[in-house]
Write a protein that binds this ligand. Structure first.
Ligand SMILES: [Fe+2]
Length: 292
């Protein structure tokens, strides 16, 4: 068995997102997974303190950044991937089904460029592998939360994105465009057939009833034994019924519209208008039954 990667987690309390710096100790080659841009939607101001913390940690360990990896087009934060690419020269990679997400959202935002841009440097297929020094990053397509979700397996560690949450919190919603609860269930089952001691790293944590601290690392064995939504014995039909019922009660994430139009383009902002300012779009519509 190959060596385990070194892993440092960075928790962003504003969006409840966990970003990871992962590296091969033998060669000092590193990857960053799911970096967050500090974005204040009230003012439109963005900052790079979170991304700079990742770069600072990489520098302090003497690491060379080889990959910037996204598990999916996030709907709750803006990605800092372009900033990190500019600083490091490392390419931005995502699952190849991002094309489906771009196709779904191009008409929503009237942004045909979403489907034309070569925004990402690398689109990854199921089973594809990337080199990280002497380690290997294996791409697992794990759709359901979104059609493009991937998990990254590096030796005994898997970065699952929003395919799973901590055992006491359960699973992510599956009601975004292109999401599907049955598909999510099958992706989860695929992850939970990995060896029981496999370490699983979450992309989000919200605490859970009775838990006062944030947590993001668990194992296949712990998920199988005690995940409140998908522990052993839960079948697909009952998971789908639970997930769909729960999703029907959830409001849109606060940063859904800003996030998707940016993250479907690898985190790049829409081009500046003639005054040099970048703008986000909010498609407006009346509620069904409401009078304009
Ligand atoms: Fe997500």
């Amino acid at each position: 068995m190959s060596a385990s990667p070194q892993i440092a987690a960075f928790f962003d309390e504003a969006t409840h997102t966990v970003s990871y710096l992962v590296w091969d100790a033998a060669t000092a080659e590193a990857a960053i997974i799911d970096p967050v841009l500090d974005y204040d939607h009230r003012s439109g101001e963005a900052g790079t303190a979170s991304a700079d913390a990742l770069l600072g940690a990489a520098a302090s360990h003497g690491l060379k950044l080889r990959w910037i990896l996204e598990t999916h087009a996030h709907a709750d934060h803006l990605s800092a991937a372009p900033y990190l690419r500019e600083r490091s020269g490392a390419p931005i990679a995502v699952g190849e089904h991002i094309r489906e997400v771009q196709r779904l959202f191009a008409p929503v935002f009237n942004m045909p460029e979403l489907t034309r841009d070569q925004a990402f440097d690398r689109l990854l297929a199921e089973g594809e592998t990337l080199t990280l020094g002497e380690l290997c990053i294996e791409v697992l397509h794990t759709p359901g939360h979104t059609p493009a979700c991937v998990s990254y397996r590096i030796a005994d560690a898997v970065f699952v994105g929003d395919t799973l949450f901590m055992p006491d919190y359960g699973t992510a919603r599956a009601d975004f465009p292109g999401g599907d609860a049955a598909t999510l269930f099958r992706s989860i089952r695929k992850l939970l057939t990995l060896p029981p001691a496999t370490r699983l790293f979450m992309c989000h944590d919200y605490k859970a009833p009775g838990r006062e601290h944030y947590a993001w690392e668990t194992t296949v064995a712990a998920q199988r034994k005690s995940n409140v939504h998908v522990h052993e014995g839960v079948d697909e039909a009952s998971f789908v019924a639970m997930r769909e019922q729960r999703d029907a009660t959830l409001a849109a994430p606060a940063l859904l519209l800003p996030s998707i139009q940016v993250n479907a383009r690898a985190g790049q902002w829409p081009g500046p208008e003639d005054n040099g300012v970048h703008y986000l779009k909010i498609p407006l519509r009346m509620k069904p039954g409401a009078q304009a």
